[in-house]
Write a protein that binds this ligand. Sequence first.
Ligand SMILES: [Zn+2]
Length: 148
Amino acid sequence: MSAPARPEKSCVACGRRITWRKKWARAWESVRYCSDACRRRRVLPVDVALENAMRDLLGERSREATIDPSEAARRVGGDAHWRALMEPARAAARRMVARGELEILQRGSRVDPSTARGPIRLRQTSSVPRSDAAGADGGSFVPVPPTP
Ligand SMILES: [Zn+2]
């Protein structure tokens, strides 16, 4: 007994995978949040700031470098507030994984963002060539000249 394949989607707030439920059968396309808590919280400006901080931190380092999400939390929240931003930072990382920008590592291996527990490190996506990532958001497309 196999269910028809449904496009996988992730919560726009927490970035976790949304598990299909029967009650969403006719509205699956419009489901955006995994839970009422996420729907109430939404994505706040601080969440966007955390994403930007991760992008900046990774951009400042080598292609293969990893960062700890707490570095982004400290950059956004400063010494006084970074702890409160740790879970939002992990959510920001999961959203970026869902968009193909990041991968989440534990002990050097990629892990499922939806189920990872404990300390994580973040790295720029390695499986997708950077040129593809640029093309996805309307970046430069260079047509290949026909071979004579
Ligand atoms: Zn969620």
